[in-house]
Ligand binder design. Sequence first.
Ligand SMILES: Cc1cc2nc3c(=O)[nH]c(=O)nc-3n(C[C@H](O)[C@H](O)[C@H](O)COP(=O)(O)OP(=O)(O)OC[C@H]3O[C@@H](n4cnc5c(N)ncnc54)[C@H](O)[C@@H]3O)c2cc1C
Length: 384
Amino acid sequence: MRFQDLKSMDERLEYMEELSQRFLTRAAKIDEEGSFPFENISELKSSGYTELTLPEKFGGEAISLYDLVRFQEYIARGDGATALSIGWHMGIIQDLGEKNIWKESTFQMLCEEVKKGALINNCASEPQTGSPTRGGKPTTTAIKDGDKWILNGRKTFSTMAPVLDYFNVTATVPETGAIGYFLIPRAKAGVKIVETWDSITMRGTGSHDLVLNNVEVEEDYQVEWFEPGNKGASGWLLHIPACYLGIAQAAQSYAINFAKDYSPNSITGSIIDLPYVKQKVGEMELELLRARHFLYSVAKQWDHSSEEERNQLKPELGAVKLAVTNAAIKVVDLAMRVVGAQSLSSKNPLQRYYRDVRAGLHNPPMDDMTILLLADKAMNNSDK
Ligand SMILES: Cc1cc2nc3c(=O)[nH]c(=O)nc-3n(C[C@H](O)[C@H](O)[C@H](O)COP(=O)(O)OP(=O)(O)OC[C@H]3O[C@@H](n4cnc5c(N)ncnc54)[C@H](O)[C@@H]3O)c2cc1C
């Protein structure tokens, strides 16, 4: 079955839930081994999901940001690592379709490839730059040689490296200091993946290092110039909070089911009826409700805004990421308090959720930058 054959969002979400349930059955093993969810990604491709954000003029549906974040939350309920991984691809394609920054023929080529199952991610992080959102310059270099660019460098955190077909890499032109994105097909000579991903969180994202050794890039594949740390509002990054919200929802569901079944012999019935447990379940629900309303209302606002209005949404988008991610961390903590020490067993999914939600703090934008942005917004408003 393909998403494209299902007409209503309800039917589509039902199908995504089916896929997500399958992802859940594989999540523990992938996390334990630190391997990659090849089967999940392959099922998302054959379901047509990875094509849904393609623009209509290149054969896609250009689904809304609101629909995208709903799908992403569902995927994360089954497996956070799969959601974060595919979220980059889905969001990047949506963003490129909306912003029209690339040369049309290059983007059309990429869209044709995506229809055949190709996947893309941005590779912008390096040990020397830290988070690229802070304005660090890439040490990866791009040097012009006739009508080609020659790229050399090393990228860290290249999520989905085991299956990516295109790496959209940032590099600095040493002569001019200009910084740009360069689209690199996986098959290019000099492209190498070094399997460095040893994180305790999001172990199934395959976020390895990408090493570029004299990689030749055609002129048309130099796709964008930009100023580091000065990217505009990026609605598509809401796939990140959607991921952590999905993990938190899975934690709450697990805790409730556990509490319904767990019946220590010091009480009659199960712990679900204890006031302490009910209180925690209610607190989790409050966090989830608040997070979901915030995420989905800002996603809708993005969908219904003009380009100019969207540019003003950067503080709101950052606030959603900060609020939802921190709420998700709190929900997983509460779920573990309900379940007790069993939540710490390596066989228990809560310990995986506990490690996975922490990654949200280190995905963009970072909390401290969002708080500063919000302060600027508030202070500018008070000047008016
Ligand atoms: C699971 C996961 C998947 C990821 N996937 C991708 C991906 O697909 N592509 C990609 O490009 N990246 C990816 N990243 C990398 C991510 O975007 C960040 O680059 C990375 O997490 C490093 O961020 P950091 O905040 O730890 O680094 P840093 O920016 O080095 O921050 C470390 C510490 O130093 C402080 N600090 C550093 N510089 C400054 C400054 N200028 N001002 C104030 N404080 C500063 C910070 O406050 C922080 O406390 C991923 C990260 C994770 C965790």
